[in-house]
Design a protein around this ligand. Structure first.
Ligand code: KG4
Ligand code: ZN
Length: 336
């Protein structure tokens, strides 16, 4: 039995990442070139700049990924690439490279849904992770609850109707002058705050709904901030950060546990950049623990955008023969 090596490319937002993944579980390399320093001064990702930076960086990131893996294109069995959702221009850069590479080495092109990638960070971290499970994917771009009855099958149980959880962290952080990306800064500030002092609204939506909404929460926090400023009253950034983190964590953790109970799964897998949030993990563990549900999350480098997770998802598609043809296009709002 020969090993299967996938070269994977991820360019859906502001990370140019390339990985070489062997048999869906060995990370031979996972190079992540972040553009964060460039976008920081604008307070968020500027799409056109992101595309241009991917175009400049990608050939070098590919070289680095191959050399760290001590591999050559002749060792590669398939090219995995995230083709949506994401920024269209950014996706097109990775996709064009992937198509050219697949064509040149005469190996299959394997288009991967970015969320399927985030979920597979869990299968890289825990290769023997059993089905069924519920995944909570929380990042700057998405907030989705996904049911996985078996490998390769996904049922979207709920998603955000407006802002993503990470977006709520980022937007409030920006107004507090905490910088971008906001999630880690809010988490840091919240450590010095009182999480019970400011109780911000939780949008539970309709009974039984597993959807999310964070724009009301964001507005409520910003209103509070503006009120304080108008009345010339002092406000406490750590308390605001702690109150925001608590409101987001409460809704995410509660709904994830409801979803897991509804689908009768023993495991909740946390994924995406916001999975790094320590308070969210704590709340989720507490609520899930009461129902004897296990909670898992991948290590930080696999939680934020990276190509290793795309390579893992691509490997299982490779085994199933789910190949894309060279007409594959970027789909900015691709559904799961
Ligand atoms: O998965 P990711 O790298 O990119 C997207 O696909 O969006 O996630 C980035 C998001 C940002 O919104 C960032 O603020 C958030 O993840 N994030 C956090 C933490 N670390 C990153 N949010 C809360 N707490 C954290 N510790
Ligand atoms: Zn992502």
């Amino acid at each position: 039995n020969m090993a299967v090596n996938i070269l994977a490319i991820e360019t859906s937002c502001d990370e140019s990442s390339v990985a070489v993944i062997q048999d869906g579980r060995v990370i031979r390399s996972n190079i992540i070139s972040s553009q964060i320093e460039i976008h920081k001064k604008y307070g968020g990702v500027v799409p056109e700049i992101a595309s241009r930076k991917h175009l400049e960086a990608l050939p070098f990131v590919v070289q680095e990924a191959l050399s760290e893996a001590e591999a050559d294109f002749k060792d590669i069995d398939g090219i995995g690439v995230a083709y949506g959702p994401g920024l269209v221009g950014a996706l097109l850069v990775g996709l064009s490279y992937a198509k050219a590479a697949a064509y040149a080495i005469e190996k299959p092109l394997i288009g991967v849904h970015h969320l399927e990638g985030h979920i597979h960070a869990g299968f890289l971290e825990y290769p023997d992770l059993a089905f069924p499970l519920v995944a909570l994917v929380v990042s700057g771009g998405h907030t989705s609850l996904v049911y996985l009855p078996k490998r390769g099958a996904y049922e979207l149980l709920g998603q955000t109707r407006d802002d993503a959880a990470g977006e709520a962290f980022d937007k409030v952080a920006r107004h507090l002058g905490l910088g971008y990306p906001g999630g880690p800064q809010i988490q840091q500030a919240a450590l010095q705050g009182n999480r019970e002092k400011l109780v911000f609204p939780r949008a539970w939506l309709e009974k039984d709904s597993l959807d999310f909404s964070f724009s009301g929460l964001k507005s409520s926090v910003l209103n509070y901030l503006n009120q304080c400023k108008m009345k010339d009253e002092a406000y406490d950034i750590p308390d605001i950060a702690a109150g925001l983190q608590e409101a987001i964590g409460d809704v995410l953790a509660t709904k994830a546990v409801v979803a897991a109970k509804k689908k009768k799964v023993p495991t909740i897998l946390l994924a995406g950049g916001v999975a790094a949030n320590l308070r969210l993990r704590e709340m989720l563990q507490e609520k899930a623990g009461q129902e004897n549900i296990n909670v898992l999350w991948p290590s930080p480098v696999l939680c934020t955008d990276n190509a290793a997770m795309i390579g893992c998802a691509a490997y299982y598609k490779y085994l199933r023969g789910e190949f894309s043809d060279l007409t594959l296009n970027a789909v900015p709002n691709l559904s799961l």
